[in-house]
Design a protein around this ligand. Structure first.
Ligand code: GCU
Length: 685
């Protein structure tokens, strides 16, 4: 059947024999009990029931019997009873063994119980996922699940004119000119997709914020979306521009310590909450890349954040303050600047402030070590900002499945409280005992029919949501789930197809690293659009935007010395990591040129010289891209024509792009190394 990708991972292909086959009658009619503290019908429970009915009708040919029941909260497992967001949003799915009175049939009965209706909705999606993933009998399914992180957000970098900054899947989903009167049906489909992953927050507008979003005119539009999203457990947040009191409020200052400024924000918060009682809070990019902020008035980031936090606190809102700050006036290595700026402020933030830090200290490169703030800042809740949209990883043209990159980050050891002090434990609040926990993913969604431009990029939205819910999931499991849910087709179901797609996904990010920025190279992409190579660029007005600032190629060698003989960014990490990464012989090859400037003839543990290894890495990336294309071509006839053709075309372009990266980077670096290409590396034309 036709597949335009709109249904995402919620396609619900028929699992049982289709209704024309003999045996269709044998499909039992399932009974599902939804048990909440009140047992009352609510908009959320209505959605849960509707989802079950539609899904099971598609999967098995007949809808289930769904019943609501009241559950005594004390009878729930402890994990679901605790008085916090995580517990409230968890769920239990278990077989119901004793037949309830009004269940006269002998058909299997399952019970989904939760302390909140949202927990039930998440349980329903988990059940539907499980039914499609395993051949387990319906009545054996037993899952208890609680999210790892309380606030699980998408950040949309959407402008009010419909343009999406770093968006590669069309325009914004939000049709501001139609809101609040006209509601695009797609808003519901978006909220449903979010709920299916357990994502519970959405920041609607770009961090490079337009103050107009906070005007009454726009707040009414935002409220219309919030009203629609509420039943899906999805709360709305907004990016706030620090200078809004001047731009839309007629004040002459935005100084966070000026009483009229604080009063303006308090009134604004009150106005917002009158319209949107469950408003999540503000996301703020301040004093970063030209955005206004507290530094404009000689105030600190903490003073700025706390002023906003005070305005939101009476309403239960939070401030998500971004740590992505660096300045052209600051001559310190850019990757050190956020740490230097924020570490001294640790302990100074209000309790409803969370600091949102990009996974790496630079900017969403194909590979970076984790930001040292995750290890160092102990008294402030720290949130991770991941980039789902592939700004530096081939945008909508290339496959780069990002779960392995995020897992690498989440499982990184900070060592701040000994082994096991992983970044994941910092973010989920357990390592430093913070009840406020949050994760953000910069969205890759847009108005394209298939939501994400590249059909396989849907896997990144999926992977982000699944990891935000449970950061212990493996990349392999996530790839398997997504491939099975997205490509399974009962009529020609072929586990090999799913396995092939899984494998292709799992290697794809490393392939992109290999042909673009291997061995710890970073920021050598083309200027502005960030697509394709540009290591030769050295004439930008800001030196910290020049690729030459980062790769430092010269006749002696390549790489950025961040040890004590160089910028000493290494000193921002725990001693264990300083020892490991500080010595090129023990530094993992993937971070080699991030931390070291090494001679072209430096010999790696593989026996290769640096120059040869660099060439071979680029070559390997090209060969892997070619292999992805030929793997995909073998799926002809096994995947529907629409998605098959779309992906094939994009993979063919990815091969061309990989060759461009290899040839241009190697030819450029060869002007310094002055060495021949090693055997096996195709000389550039
Ligand atoms: C990157 C990106 C910008 C974005 C910025 C941010 O620099 O290129 O478009 O605004 O990150 O995260 O604030």
């Amino acid at each position: 059947y036709a597949e335009d990708g709109y249904a995402l991972w919620l396609r619900y292909p028929r699992l049982a024999p289709d209704s024309t086959s003999p045996g269709a009658d044998e499909c039992p009619r399932f009974t599902i009990i939804l048990a909440t503290p009140t047992g009352q019908e609510t908009p959320t429970l209505a959605l849960a029931q509707a989802e079950l009915e539609t899904a099971l009708r598609h999967l098995y040919g007949q809808p289930p019997l769904v019943r609501l029941e009241a559950v005594d909260t004390d009878s729930l497992p402890y994990a679901l009873r605790a008085n916090d967001t995580k517990a409230r949003e968890g769920f239990l799915i278990a077989p119901f063994t004793t037949s309830p009175q009004n269940n006269t049939s002998s058909s299997p009965v399952l019970r989904i119980a939760a302390a909140s209706d949202t927990g039930i909705l998440y349980g329903v999606f988990a059940l539907l996922r499980q039914l499609q993933l395993s051949d387990q009998p319906f009545s054996n399914i037993a899952i208890t699940s609680v999210p790892s992180i309380a606030h699980r957000l998408l950040n949309h970098w959407d402008n009010l004119d419909g343009f999406v900054e770093r968006g590669y899947a069309g325009n914004s989903l939000w049709r501001w000119e139609e809101l609040p009167d006209e509601l695009d049906p797609r808003y519901r489909d978006y909220a449903r997709a979010m709920a299916s992953l357990g994502l519970n927050g959405t920041v609607l507008n770009n961090v490079n914020a337009d103050a107009r979003i906070l005007t009454t005119e726009y707040l009414l539009k935002v409220a219309a979306l919030a009203d629609l999203f509420r039943a899906y457990g999805l709360r709305v947040y907004l990016s706030a521009r620090f200078s809004a009191p001047i731009e839309i409020g007629e004040l002459h200052t935005g100084d966070p310590l000026a009483t009229e400024v604080a009063a303006w924000w308090r009134a604004k918060a009150a106005e917002i909450y009158a319209l949107i009682p469950d408003f999540g809070g503000f996301l703020v990019k301040a004093n970063s890349e030209g955005q206004p902020g507290p530094h404009d008035y000689g105030r600190s980031h903490a003073e700025g954040a706390n002023m906003l936090a005070e305005a939101l606190a009476p309403h239960g809102g939070i401030v998500i303050w971004r740590a992505f700050v660096y300045s052209p006036d600051n001559k310190t290595d850019r990757v050190k600047q956020a740490y230097n700026e924020f570490l001294p402020l640790d302990g100074n933030f209000a309790p409803n402030v969370v600091l949102q830090i990009k996974n790496g200290p630079l900017d969403f490169m194909p590979r970076e070590p984790f930001s040292p703030l995750f290890g160092a800042m102990r008294q402030t809740p720290l949130a991770a900002e991941l980039q789902i949209t592939q700004e530096y990883l081939g945008q909508q043209h290339q496959v780069a499945f990002l779960a392995p990159m995020w897992k690498e980050f989440l499982t990184s050891e900070t060592y701040t409280q000994g082994p096991g002090s992983t970044v994941a434990k910092v973010i989920d609040g357990t390592l430093n005992g913070h009840p406020l926990s949050l994760i953000s993913g910069v969205a890759n969604t847009g108005s394209d029919r298939n939501w994400t431009g590249h059909p396989l990029a849907q896997a990144n939205w999926y992977a982000y949501g699944r990891l935000a819910w449970d950061h212990t999931l493996t990349s392999g499991k996530i790839a398997h789930e997504w491939a099975q849910l997205t490509f399974r087709n009962a009529r020609s179901f072929d586990p090999e197809t799913v396995e092939t797609i899984e494998k292709l996904l799992l290697g794809s990010r490393e392939t992109v690293v290999n042909y673009s920025m291997p061995l710890g190279l970073h920021h050598i992409m083309a200027t502005a659009h960030h697509y394709g190579p540009g290591p030769w660029v050295d004439n930008l007005h800001r030196d910290d935007w020049n690729p030459t600032y980062y790769h430092r190629a010269d006749e002696q060698g390549l790489g950025f010395d961040r040890t004590a003989t160089g910028s000493n960014a290494l000193s921002q990490y725990a001693p264990e990591l300083q020892t490991l990464w500080g010595n090129p012989d023990t530094c993992p090859p993937e971070f080699l040129l991030w931390f070291h400037h090494l001679p072209w003839d430096y010999r790696l543990s593989t026996g290769h010289t640096l120059w040869d290894k660099l060439c071979l890495s680029y070559q390997q990336g090209v060969e892997e891209a070619q292999a992805m294309l030929s793997t995909w071509e073998k799926l002809a006839g096994k995947v529907d024509t629409e998605r098959f053709t779309d992906v094939r075309q994009r993979l063919a372009r990815q091969v061309t792009d990989a060759i461009t990266w290899r040839d241009s980077c190697l030819l450029y670096f060869q002007t310094f190394s002055k060495r021949p290409f090693p055997a096996g590396v195709e000389p550039p034309p």
